[in-house]
Design a protein around this ligand. Structure first.
Ligand code: MYA
Ligand code: JJ1
Length: 388
């Protein structure tokens, strides 16, 4: 059934539920001298390139490939439209490797037709911190689909990860592969219900009119929590402590240090936003919330081209109830003209989704580890990891 995935060190469907297999690496590292020295062979018209994301021109080529060929919903009405600024942020975290940003182009025309990336991350699984690659942005041009290019790209990124002496990876996908460590549900909170309905992202509920719907999703003009403000550079140490402590309760979560927090969570316009609560009395940082900006192209609508979506990222509440904190996140997202606020049912998100009028989407997101076995399927609330 899965001619490629059956050959890979990943949990196999036939082993599901077999708790006699040990948790941890499925196969041991091989000596670096035994890692294949040359790139895998591509079909003759194509060649490998390393994509230099510092280059404006390269970044633009990648942006165009993804804008026209990346992930769509099941009815092909929307396509993710990661911005160039977002791609640069996502692909250049602390310690990144330029040669994990892999392109395939047509030798004759130089046209970029496929892409896959890895970035390094420390991910904790139970009480073990594992150096992993986070694999993302796998994309093959629509005209070159189903030619088995994806397995070659996955093998090539694996080879380049092995070269850095890393043997595990984490990735998410909308499709079911052997075998998910967890399956999460997307939830959506309308901020601009009229537009969402006009473009087919959502529908008028039964017995609802447009004006009742607009009223239902109305939010206050300004945030309600005293001391709620945007995160700044000097907050990095306090946010790191808060977040590390919070993430320690989940079975799988990133092991963030201050450098990671500075990169992944300091606000960058139209890429990532973070807010926190600084106690007006003690000036302690007690709560934190964040979201990233990922618009989608609206395919074939007369009136609108893009849907501006915020995606819930990492949130921590110690003093402000999570419900109130996330309501403030919705308010700032609305102030900044987002059409919808999306969240997965990971971490403690279930505790606010229904109350804050999120509704379940038609999309699921499956989480995977490469070369690391986990014996039980995790509940989404046991996951402390959000990939972009
Ligand atoms: S998830 C986002 C994926 N991208 C998209 O959905 C964009 C739109 N679609 C496309 O561009 C293509 O359809 C893609 C497949 C490129 C997805 N993850 O070449 P093919 C398997 C893994 O003929 P195509 C993200 O970026 C499929 O089961 N495998 O197919 C995370 C089949 O294998 P098997 C996938 O449609 C990526 C084979 O590929 C996926 O032309 C994590 C068919 O190949 C998928 N999303 O191209 C990658 N979709 O026969 C794994 C299909 O066995 C990383 N397939 O069923 C693993 C860790 C590596 C590093 C390890 C380090 C130690
Ligand atoms: O955005 C998604 N679905 C939307 C639009 C559906 C359009 C028709 N298919 C959706 N809308 C309903 C919203 C409604 C608002 C009021 C309350 C009730 C709900 O359900 C879905 C997620 O739900 N997104 C996708 O399908 C995109 C792909 C998701 C897989 C992503 C793979 C990630 C790549 C990994 O790096």
């Amino acid at each position: 059934r899965h001619k490629f995935w059956e050959t890979q060190p990943v949990g196999q469907f036939k082993d599901m539920g077999d708790t006699s297999l040990p948790e941890g690496p499925i196969e041991p590292p091989t000596p670096l001298s035994e890692v294949k020295q040359e790139p895998y062979n591509l079909p003759n018209p194509y060649e490998w390139i390393t994509c230099d994301m510092d280059s404006e021109e390269m970044c633009n080529e990648v942006y165009n490939l993804l804008t026209n060929n990346y992930v769509e919903d099941d009815e092909n009405m929307f396509r993710f439209n990661y911005s160039m600024g977002f791609l640069r942020w996502a692909l250049r975290p602390p310690g990144y490797f330029r040669n994990w940003h892999i392109g395939v182009r047509v030798k004759s025309s130089k046209k970029l037709v496929a892409f896959i990336t890895g970035v390094p991350a420390r991910i904790r699984v139970r009480d073990t911190v594992v150096y992993m690659a986070e694999i993302n942005f796998l994309c093959v041009h629509k005209k070159l689909r189903s030619k088995r290019l994806a397995p070659v790209m996955i093998k090539e990124v694996t080879r380049r990860v092995h070269f850095e002496n890393m043997w595990q990876a984490a990735y998410t996908a909308g499709v079911v592969l052997p075998t998910p460590i967890s399956t999460c549900q997307y939830w959506h909170r309308s901020l601009n219900p009229k537009k969402l309905i006009d473009v087919g992202f959502s529908r008028l509920g039964a017995r609802m009119t447009m004006s009742r719907t607009i009223k239902l999703y109305k939010l206050p003009d300004s945030t309600v929590t005293p001391g709620f403000r945007k995160m700044e550079s000097h907050d990095v140490p306090a946010v790191t402590r808060l977040l590390r402590n919070y993430l320690s309760q989940f079975l799988v979560a990133p092991d963030f240090d201050e450098n990671d927090v500075e990169h992944w969570l300091l606000p960058r316009e139209n890429v990532v936003d973070s807010y926190l609560v600084e106690s007006p009395e003690t000036h302690e940082i007690t709560d934190f919330c964040s979201f990233y900006t990922l618009p989608s192209s609206i395919l074939g609508n007369q009136n609108y081209n893009t849907l501006k979506a915020a995606y819930s990222y990492y949130n921590v509440s110690t003093k402000t109830p999570l419900l109130q904190l996330m309501n403030d996140a919705l308010i700032v997202a609305k102030q900044n003209d987002y059409d919808v606020f999306n969240a997965l049912d990971v971490m403690q998100n279930e505790s606010f989704l229904k109350d804050l009028k999120f509704g379940p989407g038609d999309g699921k997101l499956h989480y995977y580890l490469y070369n690391y076995r986990i014996n039980h399927v995790l509940r989404p609330s046991e996951l402390g990891l959000v990939l972009l």
